[in-house]
Every structure is written in structure tokens, then in C-alpha cells.
Design a protein around this ligand. Structure first.
Ligand code: F6P
Length: 554
């Protein structure tokens, strides 16, 4: 393995890519397509779960070769083996990174710190299956003997976004046995709206928190408990209405949740990669265990592809490399995620945490400030809605924003006349972003419409689309559980590969701590009887005082 302290900018491939980028920036993708009718074949990959077309990027054979050299020189394969072998690659937290173990469908032992964790993983899966069956069969009843109708999942970040995204994506497969609700925000409006209309006798709360210390989750959990106790009266009833998922049994028990209702997870599973653990319990309860198992299966298949496919044919690796090219060599500042499938409407929010909490770092493994860009701003929205909102900027704005377009051949709910109209837009947008429309074309189009020559010259520049805007297209057969599992794992491994190339620690999240600590100090100051800390900067102090005066009605 090469020296892990080597800076990527010192690698021969990085230098070659920098020089190559300077030259390729003068080219237009439209010309590259015209010059090479094999471009799609060369720059796309077909897997059993999805098709990845990355040909609409400003790349050539030479770019791909140099990017693959970067992957080799960055020791991607060795690092990948280290992750799958359970080594402590999360060095700052001194932990293994083994979310892949949770979906490992082989029967091999999975050693983490010398212990085979497979029995523990299987035991938790079995407990999840049993709870789901008890609930779904009606054998599990609430404190008055009624069956459960509503599940309220309380958690935030990685303990919320994955189950929420997956339940939304797959709700067409629900047998409508339960209603599911998610609460993450400490803003009381959200939990108040969720609880309004629910019956405590038929509601089950799933409190999900890896640490069981997260303020938002603990506050919401205690509000839920108060709401429940106001109706039930008897503490013993909690055992029938509250279950928890956490690594911290002690705190869960102290909260009052019965031992047998605690589902374990482990510190070698990062929060934003924890959907595959018992954090996925809301998915199991809402959609049934078999469907969750399919989700795991899809992810496992992507793990195998990631581990075995040659780098040039490896979808996560190529997605990562194209992202590196756009970010570090073409200097694009952002990455849009644009699902053209309503089922995936929470996918951008989910991936935003996965990408930005993982790779939003500016210090390398050696603790030095890095002199190159790490994760771009990742954002997105259902594409078709975006077309009528922010696509103007994607087509003609001063910044070039690479975008991933994700669509499906078959929708989960077929409504006559809709899907081809949606997909026509899906195909048209990446074409438009790539080829654009030059002044001559605009003139021809306007002339054909009978617009006068003088008017054409007034507006022509405003109608020009310069194109050359990169996109990846990911085409799924259908958003079913297996495909969704593969899609998520595709991006997880992309994140991993990029973190290795950037030489940053992708699996910690120290950047979220400072704000939490300061908030804990500020909260008591918001009590009108207490003085505001004079040590705050003038902006923060005055904002707090303004808030307190307004709160006091002064
Ligand atoms: O604040 C960030 C974070 O630590 C995430 O990494 C995590 O997913 C989320 O908070 C929730 O943490 P927990 O599951 O411990 O409540």
C-alpha cells in the first residue's frame, strides 16, 4: 500500500488530470459525442439492478484512464478490503465501518475486533421479524387490548432519514395494515401535528437513537411519553407502546422502555449508514420483514459488485471518479440529485446527509488542512418539480452544476398517460444540458416561427443554452426494495471511494458537535429569569436579547 500520508495532489495521476482538464475544458461534449459513436458503450454500465450512463460528462478515454490511475494510486482496492475486513478505518472514533456486515447474505463469519458478529446481527433481524409478525397478526395489542394501527418513528438524522426515505419509496408495497408517521424536529409543531388525531390505545412509538442522548429525539420521546401517559395512566402500559433502537441499553432502560423492547445496534455502524440495522425497524413494521430482507439483498448485491468488478466496470467507483473529476478538476461547486420518480422524493435529503456528513471535511488523515476541494454542495428535489423552479439556473446560470438524474422504467403505481410524459422530460433534460442550443440554432428556430430579424437579434443571446453541463443518468427498472437497496449502496460506496481519494475521514462527524454544545449553553439563557451570557459576541447576544424581549412582550 502506498504511503497513506501522501497527498492526492502529489500523485502522478492527479497532476496528469490537472493538465488534461485544462485542455479538455475547451471542448464541448456535443463534439465528443459527434466524434465517437461508441461513447455510450464506453461510458455506461449495466448492472442487474440499474443502468448507469455517465457518458454525458466532459470526459474522454484519456480522462477515464487517468481517473482509473488515480483510483489505483489511491489504493482504493486495498482500502475497500480493509473496510470489508472490519479494520478500524474510522480512525478518529477508533471504530470499524461495517454497515456492509448487516446485509451480508453469505454464511461466512464476520469478524469485528476478533468477534464473529453474524450471530448478533441475525438475532436482531429475527427479533425485528418477530415483532413485525406479532404486530401484523394482531397478536400484539395495546394496553386496552386493541390492535396497533399507527406507528410513530421518533429519531433524527441517520435515525430518521433512511427509514423515512425507504418507507416513502416503497409505500406502494404496503398492505395498508399500519399508518406510519415520522417525527424528527424538536419544533413541537411536528410532533403536535402527528399526535393530533392518533389514539394512544392503538399507537406504537419506535424511539431510534444510536446514542440515546440526542436532544431532539429525547425531547420528542418524552413528549410522546407524556401524551401517552395522560391517557394510559399506568407506567406498565409503556411496554406495549414503546420500543427503542439504540447502542445504549442503559439510557433506554432509564427512560422506562422494557428490556425486551430494546433493539440493539453497534458502534461499528455509522448513523447515516444505519438503515440496514434495527434502525430499519419502522420499515419492517410498515412494510413487512420480507420486503426489508429484499432491501438488504439488493444492497448485498451492490456490495458484491463493488468488491469484485474491475475498477473500470465498477459502478460506485466510476460514479465516484466522475464526481472527483467534476469537483477537483473542473471545479464545479455542487452536485444535484434529481429523481424522476415520486417514490424517491426523499432520496436527495437522505443522500445529502450521507454525502455531506461523510465527506464535508477539510483536514486529511495526517491532520493537515487540505488544499483541494472535498464534497460539493449536495442538494436536490424531484426533478420534474425542479424543472419549474431551479432548472433555469442549471441550464443558463453562471455556475455549472453536475446532476444525477434517477428514473424508473416502470412506476410503482401505473396511471395511464403519465409515465412516458415524465420520462420524456427525464431524457430531454440531460440531452438539453449536454448539447445546449447555440445562437445559429436559436436564429433558425425563431426564423421558422416568423420572428423578424431585428427582434431575433434583440433576444438571441438570452435564448442560447451553452450546454456542456454534465449529468449522470441512473435508470432503474422499478423502485422495488431490492433495487432501492442497490441504489443506496451504490451511493454509499461512491462516498467511500471519494473519501479515500481525498484522504479524509468519511466516517466521523465532529463538525456537528460545536453547534450542539453551544445550544446546550444557550438554552438556559432563554429563560426570562436568567441573564444572557455577556461573553457572547454582540450579534448572538443581541439576537438572544431581542428574542427574550419579544417573548416577554416588551
Ligand atoms: O448530529 C448528527 C448525528 O450525530 C448524526 O450523525 C446522526 O445520524 C444523528 O445525529 C442522530 O444521532 P442518534 O442516532 O445518536 O440520535
Amino acid at each position: 500500500m502506498t504511503n497513506p500520508n501522501l497527498r492526492p495532489t502529489d500523485l502522478p495521476s492527479w497532476k496528469a488530470l490537472s493538465a488534461h482538464a485544462a485542455q479538455l475544458k475547451t471542448q464541448h461534449m456535443k463534439a465528443l459525442f459527434a466524434a465517437d459513436d461508441k461513447r455510450f458503450d464506453k461510458f455506461s454500465l449495466q448492472l442487474s439492478s440499474l443502468l448507469l450512463d455517465y457518458s454525458k460528462n466532459l470526459i474522454t478515454d484519456e480522462t477515464k484512464a487517468a481517473l482509473l490511475a488515480l483510483a489505483k494510486e489511491s489504493d482504493i482496492e486495498a482500502w475497500r478490503s480493509r473496510m470489508f475486513a472490519g479494520e478500524h478505518i474510522n480512525a478518529t472514533e477508533d471504530r470499524a465501518v461495517m454497515h456492509v456486515a448487516l446485509r451480508d447474505k453469505s454464511s461466512q463469519p464476520i469478524l469485528i475486533d476478533g468477534v464473529d458478529v453474524r450471530p448478533a446481527i441475525n438475532a436482531e433481524l429475527e427479533r425485528m421479524r418477530k415483532l413485525s409478525e406479532k404486530l401484523r397478526s394482531g397478536a400484539w395489542t395495546g394496553y386496552t387490548g386493541k390492535t396497533i394501527t399507527d406507528i410513530v418513528s421518533i429519531g433524527i438524522g441517520g435515525s430518521n432519514l433512511g427509514p423515512l426515505m425507504a418507507c416513502e419509496a416503497l409505500k406502494a408495497y404496503s398492505d395498508k395494515r399500519f399508518n406510519i408517521h415520522f417525527v424528527s424536529n424538536i419544533d413541537g409543531v411536528q410532533i403536535a401535528e402527528v399526535l393530533d388525531g392518533l389514539n394512544p390505545e392503538t399507537t406504537l412509538f419506535v424511539i431510534s437513537s444510536k446514542t440515546f442522548t440526542t436532544q431532539e429525539t429525547m425531547t420528542n420521546a418524552s413528549t410522546a411519553e407524556k401524551w401517552f401517559m395522560a391517557a394510559a395512566g399506568d407506567k406498565a402500559a409503556i411496554a406495549k407502546h414503546f420500543v427503542a433502537v439504540s447502542t445504549n441499553r442503559k439510557l433506554v432502560t432509564a427512560f422506562g422502555i422494557a428490556e425486551e423492547n430494546i433493539f440493539d445496534m453497534w458502534d461499528w455502524v455509522g448513523g447515516r449508514f444505519s438503515l440496514w440495522s434495527a434502525i430499519g425497524l419502522p420499515i419492517v413494521l410498515f412494510l413487512g420483514y420480507e420486503l426489508f430482507d429484499e432491501l438488504l439483498q439488493g444492497a448485498y448485491e451492490m456490495d458484491q459488485h463493488f468488491q469484485t468488478a474491475p475498477l473500470a466496470e465498477n459502478a460506485p467507483v466510476m460514479l465516484a471518479l466522475v464526481g472527483i473529476w467534476n469537483r477537483n478538476f473542473l471545479n464545479y461547486p455542487a452536485q444535484a440529485l434529481l429523481p424522476y420518480d415520486q417514490c424517491l422524493h426523499r432520496f436527495p435529503a437522505y443522500m445529502q446527509q450521507a454525502e455531506m456528513e461523510s465527506n464535508g471535511k477539510s483536514v486529511n488523515w495526517a491532520g493537515e488542512q487540505i488544499a483541494y476541494a472535498s464534497v460539493p454542495l449536495v442538494w436536490g428535489e424531484v426533478g420534474i418539480n425542479g424543472q419549474h423552479a431551479f432548472y433555469q439556473m442549471l441550464h443558463q446560470g453562471t455556475d455549472i452544476i453536475p446532476a444525477d438524474f434517477i428514473g424508473s422504467v416502470t412506476p410503482n403505481i401505473v396511471v395511464e398517460g403519465h409515465h412516458d410524459a415524465l420520462m420524456a422530460n427525464f431524457f430531454a433534460q440531460t440531452q438539453a444540458l449536454m448539447q445546449g442550443s447555440d445562437a445559429d440554432q436559436v436564429r433558425r428556430d425563431l426564423t421558422a416561427k416568423g420572428v423578424s430579424a431585428a427582434r431575433i437579434e434583440e433576444i438571441v443571446e438570452h435564448k442560447v443554452h451553452r450546454g456542456n453541463r454534465p449529468t449522470n443518468t441512473i435508470l432503474l427498472n422499478k423502485v422495488d426494495a431490492r433495487t432501492l437497496g442497490a441504489l443506496i449502496a451504490l451511493y454509499e460506496h461512491k462516498i467511500f471511494v471519494q473519501g479515500i481519494i481525498w484522504r479524509i475521514h468519511s466516517f466521523d462527524q465532529w463538525g456537528v458537535e460545536l453547534g450542539k454544545v453551544l445550544a446546550a449553553g444557550i438554552q438556559p439563557e432563554l429563560d426570562l429569569a436568567k441573564a444572557t451570557n455577556a461573553g457572547h459576541d454582540a450579534s448572538t447576544r443581541n439576537l438572544i436579547d431581542f428574542y427574550k424581549r419579544a417573548k416577554a412582550g416588551k
